[in-house]
Design a protein around this ligand. Structure first.
Ligand code: G3P
Ligand code: MG
Length: 241
């Protein structure tokens, strides 16, 4: 079962920061997941929430600030004073960290609340410029964004994010179209997930921080998990193989 560092190594470092990504890049995990929003001046930045309040010393929406304005805030101190002054990363800075590693990159397009006009095009272009197509999967709760990715770059792997079970998951995935299913943990242990796996569709599950859940998903045959504690979960799973 593959392991992805969720928002970087976000259990031990402030989520979606350069520190969290450098830590993930040091580990022999399969990949890393991170979230992308767009600034007022059209720059792609890596942050989970629409607002900066929870993970910085500022407040307001990413969409209402320029990159220069966002760079004035501290995205590390909320987690620990050891990370004081961490800037918000751009997508390009995160791609740069992994350009020479083996890691797969799951770019989550956070356009499900605000549509961010032109964001998908920019993400696809940034990936192509770095020759990272073969190591990238683009996911979103905004399934229209996933459809757009396939129109622009059919060779890119895409994944539809879901919080719940689906009545006919394969038909739905094909209708988007999307290549893989990224599922919320409680939905992943239901029988329908097994049916998707039987059809050779990849199922990756978020967010798996407890060893007992990782073990249960390993038993089901889940393709990959996203975890905030990749080093710990990797060590645990190595004892199971
Ligand atoms: O991409 C998997 C997972 O990150 C989706 O949920 O809210 O953590 O971005 P969220
Ligand atoms: Mg995410």
């Amino acid at each position: 079962m593959d392991i992805y560092a969720h928002r970087g190594s976000s259990g031990t470092h402030p989520e979606n920061t350069i520190s969290a990504f450098r830590e993930a890049a040091r580990l022999q995990v399969t990949g890393v997941e991170f979230d992308v929003h767009m600034t007022k001046d059209g720059e792609l930045v890596v942050i989970h929430d629409e607002r900066i309040d929870r993970t910085s010393n500022g407040n307001g929406f990413v969409k209402d600030m320029t990159l220069e304005e966002l760079r004035g805030f501290d995205f590390g101190s909320w987690f620990s004073s050891d990370f004081k002054g961490e800037p918000i990363p751009t997508l390009q800075e995160v791609l740069d960290i992994f350009s020479t590693t083996h890691h797969h990159l799951n770019i989550e397009v956070k356009s499900d609340i605000f549509p961010y006009d032109g964001m998908v095009e920019k993400v696809v272009k940034a990936v192509a410029m770095m020759n990272l197509d073969a190591r990238v999967v683009i996911s979103s709760f905004d399934h229209g964004a996933i459809r757009r990715v396939k129109q622009l770059a059919p060779q890119l792997e895409t994944a539809a994010l879901f919080m719940e079970s689906l009545v006919n998951p394969l038909n739905y995935l094909r209708s988007i179209p999307a290549d893989a299913l990224h599922l919320f943990l409680p939905a992943a242990v239901r029988p329908f997930a097994r049916g998707v796996l039987d059809e050779k569709v990849k199922v990756r599950v978020f967010t798996v921080n407890e060893e007992k859940h990782a073990e249960a998903l390993l038993t089901v045959g889940i393709t990959a998990i996203f975890t905030d504690f990749p080093e710990k979960i990797m060590a645990f799973l190595q004892t199971k193989s």
